[in-house]
Design a protein. Structure first.
Length: 234
């Protein structure tokens, strides 16, 4: 199965869910498939691990990244670039909005509530069941309700992103898939796709899974590590 997302897609999740890594890799994956992609970095809360960290790699792929004004790139201030509203009103084939973590980060979306509702945006909650607060279905549901209340938008689907960063093993990914599949059934929300670190993909038997798989080429790494190549063909 292939990921076929189009239109406006908002990526939300709790801190540590890996939602920004998902947003970056989703943008690159769809662009490599020939889809026109634009990304808006709406994470105005977390000073680390934001979409903007991969803007050069995305730009070389032909993905436009809309950022806050340059003087605010390292500031934790609630400043939203007016270009974002224009991007939503005139989206590309796929327009990805990377929102901040938890309900605090999602609050930025509330200022765009009306235009996003009119655009019928998809809101995808990234779930990492190997993190605190989302290691149970009840915790995932609580996080979802908090994000919905803060953003005034309804979550429309789930993304499984089970990982322990560099310590991830195939068993973590497989068990994570089973977790989010059960969460999908319990919540009634569709499981839109799950992620797998690209080096582990061949060891996870993903051909038997009931949803598409997004290979992750890790971008948000500490300074002593090198990010994976986003531009190489799939």
């Amino acid at each position: 199965m292939q990921i076929t997302l189009k239109g406006i897609v908002i990526i939300v999740g709790n801190y540590g869910s890996g939602k920004t890594e998902v947003a970056i890799n989703l943008a690159a994956h769809r662009r490599r498939a020939g889809v026109s992609v634009r990304v808006a970095d709406l994470d105005l809360v977390n000073p680390y691990f934001r979409t903007r960290e991969a803007r050069d790699s995305l730009a070389r792929l032909g993905v436009e990244v809309v950022l806050p004004p340059a003087r605010y790139l390292n500031a934790d201030l609630p400043i939203l670039d007016p270009a974002v509203a224009g991007l939503i009103r005139q989206p590309s084939e796929l327009t990805i909005l990377d929102a901040g973590g938890d309900d605090v980060g999602a609050t930025v979306l509330s200022s765009l509530h009306h235009v996003l509702a009119e655009a019928e945006a998809q809101v995808l909650q990234v779930v990492n069941p190997l993190r605190p607060f989302t290691d149970t279905p009840a915790g995932c549901q609580r996080i979802r309700r908090e994000i919905e209340a803060a953003s005034r938008l309804k979550v429309t689907g789930l993304v499984g992103n089970a990982n322990l960063i560099g310590d991830t093993e195939p068993a973590h990914v497989i068990e994570g898939y089973q977790f989010v599949r059960a969460l999908s059934e319990e919540s009634g929300l569709p499981l839109v796709f799950v992620t797998v670190p690209e080096p582990l993909a061949a060891r996870c038997a993903t051909e038997d899974w009931v949803c598409p798989v997004l290979p992750i080429r890790r971008q948000l790494v500490p300074p002593w590590l090198r990010a994976a190549d986003l531009e190489a063909a799939d």
